[in-house]
Design a protein around this ligand. Structure first.
Ligand code: ADP
Ligand code: ADP
Length: 225
């Protein structure tokens, strides 16, 4: 599960085209990055995949199903944002359990899944802490746990490491890659950092002014001027 197809996806704001007839095919389980400078349309693309922004035209398919007109909570997609967006007054455990509670998952199953995902992101011993009592890297791992516990087929990551310092960012790059290997979910990762996209991705799409410049494996993207 987790094959993603964008078909001629377009978003215009007034007279300005933010995303321009984007055609993309992301394989199930792929670590796929969308790379490009600020303003090239990365966030808008991600928001259309997540269902937060309605495209002007074009379609989004997940596992062959047209989800273009479905609201975010009806898509097997979840998002991790750059500013973590954790609830400050809830503990890590409560933050991670939040979506499961809302989905009325039973207590036993809920606890099992929260334990499992906290172990996956190595936060098992910090479940009782509040976000303010965690480092930036730990907060981002908590945000990842909260997104993954719902078992999305596609995980969208909107510059999730950009708020971290350089050392923490490098560490999280390695951890994210390992996490991806373990869960096997499709990751769509947006970044303006070429080095970051190169290290982590199976394939990279390069966007420029809302248009697709190229899609290729990291080594081939690097070759281009
Ligand atoms: P990126 O994520 O690559 O920085 P965005 O997708 O945020 O790019 O933005 C692409 C273009 O669309 C930019 O020119 C931006 O100013 C414009 N844009 C994004 N969101 C809106 C909006 N809600 N209203 C008007 N213009 C927008
Ligand atoms: P990001 O860091 O994800 O690119 P921004 O800080 O650029 O986001 O934008 C924050 C919010 O404002 C987003 O929801 C985006 O869609 C919207 N936005 C971005 N550019 C514009 C714009 N030119 N006009 C109106 N809204 C915009």
């Amino acid at each position: 599960n987790g094959e993603l197809v964008l078909e001629s996806l377009t978003k215009s704001y007034d007279d300005q085209v933010a995303v321009d007839h984007l055609d993309l095919w992301v394989e199930a389980g792929e670590f796929f990055s969308i790379l490009g400078p600020s303003g090239c349309g990365k966030s808008t693309t991600l928001k259309m995949i997540g269902g937060f922004v309605a495209p002007t035209s074009g379609r989004v398919f997940i596992d062959g199903k047209d989800v273009t007109d479905l609201p975010p909570n009806k898509r097997a997609v979840n998002t991790v944002f750059q500013n973590y967006a954790l609830f400050p007054f809830l503990t890590v455990r409560q933050n991670v359990a939040f979506g499961l509670r809302r989905a009325r998952v039973g207590k036993q199953e809920l606890n099992r899944r929260v334990d499992e995902v906290l172990e996956l992101v190595e936060l098992s011993t910090l479940g009782h802490r509040r976000p303010s009592e965690l480092s930036g890297g730990q907060q981002q791992r908590a945000a990842l746990a909260r997104a993954l516990v719902l078992r999305p087929d596609v995980l969208l990551l909107d510059e999730p490491l950009s708020a971290l310092d350089a050392k923490m960012r490098r560490q999280l790059q390695v951890e994210l890659k390992e996490l991806h290997r373990q869960v096997g979910t499709t990751f769509v990762y947006i970044t303006h950092d070429q080095e970051e996209a190169m290290t982590m991705s199976d394939r990279i799409a390069v966007l420029q002014n809302g248009r697709l410049e190229q899609v290729d494996v990291p080594s081939a993207v690097y070759e281009r001027p």
